[in-house]
Design a protein around this ligand. Sequence first.
Ligand code: ZN
Length: 671
Amino acid sequence: MGGLYPGTTGERMKTVDILLANAHVLTMDEGLHQYNPGAVAVSGDSIVAVGDDAALRAEYQAAETVDCGGQVLMPGLINAHTHVPMSLLRGLADDLRLDVWLMGYMMPVEREYVSPEFVQLGTSIACAELIRSGVTTFNDMYYFEEHVARAAAQAGMRAVCGQTVMKFPAPDAEAYEDSLAKARDFIRRWKGHPLIVPAIAPHAPYTCTAEILRATAEIAREFDVPLHTHIAETAGEVENMRSEHGMPVVPYVKKQGLLEAKVIAAHCVHIDSGEMRTFLHAGTGIAHNPSSNLKLASGFAPVTRMLETGLNVGIGTDGAASNNDLDMLEEVRLAAFIAKVVTNDPTSLPASTALAMATRVGAQALHLGHITGSLTPGRRADVILIDLSPLHNSPAFRRSADNVYAQIVYAAKSTDVSDVMVNGKWLMRQHQLLTLQEKELLGEAASLARRIDAFLVAREQSILSKLIALGGSMEQEAFEVQVKVKVADSQSVRDAMHRPTIEIVRYRHYGQHDVYFTFDEESQGRLRYREDDFLDEGGRVTNTRRRLTLLGRKREGRFEHDVLLSRTRFFAPATQGLRFYREYFRPRTETPIAKDRERWLIKFRDTEFFINLDEMQDPALGRFVEVKSRTWSRTDAERKARLTSELLAVLDLAKSETVASDYIDVVGMAD
Ligand SMILES: [Zn+2]
């Protein structure tokens, strides 16, 4: 850090590595001090002094003095919430609802493509974009997070890197236990790195179990690292939380011990005053993501109220697939604009506050306020230069200290950022990136985009592969033997169930609500969304089961008494509501069917059959008895078809009119 030399004034001059001189210095410290002309002295990785240009020139002898030509010199911007590798998925799927976008597109593509190489490439490209827009620190959450850390460190950026943990299988983990182990190992090896703060990132309360939330909080506390998560991003999330756990999101995560960690909570669009105070007491940092919230119509985060409560609210871009860029100056401007509209008050969130959120307050939100975020002696040298001379910034008024903040927040563009330094090292000089090869990186991203395009084109052609892409436990069935008979009197069927050759294994009563989707191409089959409301003896709903079944198109053949042999191809529990599947599968037609169903599982000649007694309510087609059996083998299916005819005789239904074909014609489907 240099020794002492005699100065021209007779006092001894201190030596520093770099003196950034002749700048309009915005410290972004608590008092928002400015120096114009001002200077910043840097030695090694840290800021040594900040002050008037003349004073610092007199006090410091620098190995290199940089004349900033009157440009704005300020702390680098802090991107408080992002998923940097998603820069490779920019523009992949847009104008969709959050669940369809996430579960239908992002997660399936990620399961297929995300690898350490993907993460490395995506991070490098994102770093180039971030540096160009004046960002020096970002807070990330993704898979293979160690590779985000590596690429960020290589690019020379400061980053909080959160290893994702969630209940679903992830690209880097078959089960959440693997993610927890990965996170622990990653944190242990990277803690203490000069640029990287390793962290753990339970994705969100709704994608994690209570057990995962507790385990991640324990790891964060054990290693004293941040915990990065998404909180109350949509109104639906809060609604579900209330109906499932009887409380909003913040009390729920608090109950799981999450807030005992150093939490960074992204979004917080739908939280109330009580939840804000809970966050304040816990020291939770907030990341506000205006573009993402606007684009996904998540709502307007109560930023002004959060700031009034005393919370540290930073600003983030979110991932490049939901923004779609990593332009922090744009986010700062939007944050200011939205706050004004939401409060109906143009004095809300003035430019200086918005810029503080993107610097000092953002660093505090990331629990890094002692490291970066302001030009203060002792903080790391994370600084940027902004050129305010271009046309769109002109002219410059300096009557009030606020003029320059307004100029940056309301007029400047990210391309006005000319120079970026992190940890005392230049990453960009006069618009030239010094640590990244932009052209090569973009070439690799373009060829990956072509592969992902081809994958999605193939997937979109098949309902089955779209169904599989949703993940979850999917089971396949082969043959279904069934006969459907119209009956006038349901009591005679109930009585017949007590015949000596019939052994009742189980009985259930439920209300069944189906919606059948059909598609342009008949060969795709039909998709059935089914909700079973299980009813107790008094007819009250005890619980509901939702299932999704892809039904084969063709009847395989017909047997005596119109016994039908068909293929049921795939079924899976439906984890989303009907609206999700409608928007995801985009059916040509939708047919709702509602019925009251009594179902017996019986044994007849050592073979299991289901007997359904249905009262069709919508459309009101009357009462039907269905005899059904399933099997994997065609020979067995044929045996069961013969047995079905016998069973019909036992049930006194053999001479009844079988209506399979009628039913198919009327309702448009065999079920
Ligand atoms: Zn996010």
